[in-house]
Write a new protein. Structure first.
Ligand SMILES: C[S@@+](CC[C@H](N)C(=O)[O-])C[C@H]1O[C@@H](n2cnc3c(N)ncnc32)[C@H](O)[C@@H]1O
Length: 263
């Protein structure tokens, strides 16, 4: 069980919002800036995960930086993730559950492609960072329309998917779990290293895959490092490789015809 991460408000004008987030995600609101470990800091601009150590601040961001670059230059419907979810040829608006929302980068790409995305995140720290970024995005003229297609749910996706009523089942469940670090992934981006420290590894991805397969109407897509192992259990029906990423695709139609899932 990860230790609970404190939230410190560094800007008096943001006190009310900090208190709201602390209550919503059961984070201890502290009056003094911690002097060690990791904590969430609410500043004038945004909420950040910070530390006294060598890691830089971690925050979710949809309007600027990498998210903006990807939105403007990312290749639209031709990019591998669009192919992996089967966007082309899908009638109407696609409903996607991102069962491992993290900092929402993949969810934002999917929403930019026109999907309705439910972001499920169990970590209170990640959920608070997402809540803050969605709040900022909802008033940013360039992306408010995209943000309106994103809905945050703070829950364990395994239980949440199991409890989903039939009429709410999504076309696609997207899964990108945090795997234990190997030598090769040690060079993973700094923010994910900080994240890994605070959130810990996702050791139950087999159960998440099973819940995702039971809930999806069309397919489950699992994002992995290009050379990473697949989630153990049911083998994927297809794989789509990008430069550094691989998408393992579990087609529900194929699983139903192989008798591995009920219709
Ligand atoms: C590798 S990160 C995902 C990064 C994300 N795809 C992005 O673009 O920012 C994995 C995240 O999934 C969350 N997670 C893992 N298993 C989960 C579950 N069963 N339910 C909800 N969240 C889960 C973790 O807390 C972590 O924040």
């Amino acid at each position: 069980m990860p230790i609970s991460t404190p939230l410190f408000c560094a800007d008096s004008a943001r006190r009310e919002r900090a208190a709201q987030l602390a209550e919503r995600y059961a984070l201890p609101l502290v009056r003094q800036r911690p002097s060690s470990g990791y904590w969430l800091e609410m500043g004038f601009e945004r909420l950040e995960l910070v530390t006294t150590g060598k890691h830089g601040a971690v925050y979710a961001e949809f309007a600027e930086g990498a998210a903006r670059h990807r939105r403007e230059q990312g290749g639209g419907r031709g990019q591998p993730v669009a192919k992996a979810i089967g966007l082309k040829g899908h009638p109407g608006e696609m409903r996607v559950v991102d069962a491992t929302a993290g900092l929402g980068r993949d969810a934002f790409v999917l929403a930019s492609l026109g999907c309705q995305v439910t972001l499920v995140e169990r970590s209170p720290v990640a959920a608070a960072l997402l809540d803050d970024a969605l709040d900022r995005a909802s008033v940013a003229p360039d992306i408010m329309e995209i943000a309106a297609r994103m809905t945050l749910v703070h829950a364990d996706a395994i239980r949440w998917l199991v409890a989903l009523p039939a009429e709410a089942r999504p076309d696609v469940v997207y899964v990108d779990p945090m795997f234990p670090e190997t030598g090769k992934s040690a060079a993973a981006k700094k923010d994910m290293q900080a994240f890994q420290q605070v959130i810990g590894d996702d050791l139950d991805s087999g159960a998440l895959l099973a819940a995702a397969i039971a809930a999806a109407r069309g397919r489950v897509v699992v994002k992995r490092p290009r050379l990473g192992a697949a989630i153990t259990g049911i083998p994927p029906s297809a794989c789509l490789e990008g430069k550094s990423t691989r998408f393992d695709i579990y087609s529900i139609k194929a699983l139903v015809s192989a008798g591995k899932r009920a219709e």
